[in-house]
Design a protein around this ligand. Structure first.
Ligand code: GSH
Length: 253
């Protein structure tokens, strides 16, 4: 049995499937894909994932993509340490939250992240070179996102994204008033999902929301997440996302 996990820095999607791998005590080979070098669009990587995105799980040669799919796959194949409730009603609750995070949270937090961070990377690349890099991006929407990051997202789009994030944190806060974890009284993939996409960084990204005051239960939940050894181990991976740390050198494997 061999597991290989292709990923970038331990944040957002790359973190979201790394935590279950570690929670389940699975041995896996970690393969770092350098987004700053556009390795996700290089031939060697697109041969593995034609969509040119991280993360990717390779299980004995079976390629699994998209974090929610990867995480459910891990539950199906390695059920011993369960992160999905065995009770179908509770499992449905977990999937409700996963759907909410995937469809209504991830893209909005991501837009702010791209605006602040990826924008710096994109603007550091000289014209001509940038357009060439864009041609290699397999997903049309992803190409548009890179171009928007370079020119800057509109104020209206950013404000709309913030509004959706406020709705999401208030919704989570309310849920945590009723249950200890998002999908009920057990820690599940839904907690890992919201934490990776929003919960771990919402205060840092949006100080103006005063999350500490607005969402005290979410802050307490986040501390419980941080205290999990698997989360701490995943976060200990090298983080090279800070803008300015890297500039594009133009060589892709
Ligand atoms: N729905 C996908 C989203 C994957 C995704 O957005 N990956 C980002 C990193 S967090 C990526 O590869 N970005 C680089 C790019 O698209 O150029 C999943 O759940 O895995």
């Amino acid at each position: 049995m061999a597991l290989k996990y292709y990923h970038a820095e331990p944040v957002a999607n790359s973190l979201k499937s790394m935590v279950p791998l570690i929670e389940k005590g699975l041995e896996f080979q970690s393969v770092y894909v350098d987004l700053h070098e556009f390795e996700q669009h290089a031939d060697w990587f697109v041969a593995i994932n034609p969509e040119g995105q991280v993360p990717v799980l390779d299980h004995d040669g079976h390629i699994i993509t998209h974090t929610t799919v990867i995480n459910e796959y891990l539950e199906d194949v390695f059920p011993e340490i369960a992160l999905r409730p065995r009770d179908p009603v509770d499992a449905a609750r977990m999937r409700y939250w996963n759907k909410f995070v995937d469809e209504h949270v991830m893209n909005h937090v991501s837009m702010h992240g791209w605006h602040r961070m990826v924008g710096i990377i994109a603007r550091n690349i000289e014209s001509g070179k940038f357009e060439k890099l864009m041609e290699r991006i397999p997903l049309p929407d992803q190409r548009k996102k890179w171009m928007a990051a370079r020119s800057g997202f509109s104020e209206a789009d950013l404000a709309n994204a913030t509004e959706k994030i406020v709705y999401a944190v208030d919704k989570v806060e309310k849920q945590l008033g009723a249950t200890a974890w998002l999908a009920g009284n057990a820690f599940t993939l839904a907690d890992i999902n919201f934490y990776s996409m929003c919960g771990m960084m919402v205060e840092r990204m949006f100080p103006e929301l005063e999350i500490g005051r607005r969402c005290p239960r979410m802050v307490e939940w986040r501390e419980r997440m941080n205290a999990r050894p698997a989360v701490a181990r995943a976060l200990a991976g090298e983080d090279r996302t800070a803008p300015g740390l890297r500039t594009w050198t133009g060589h892709a494997r």
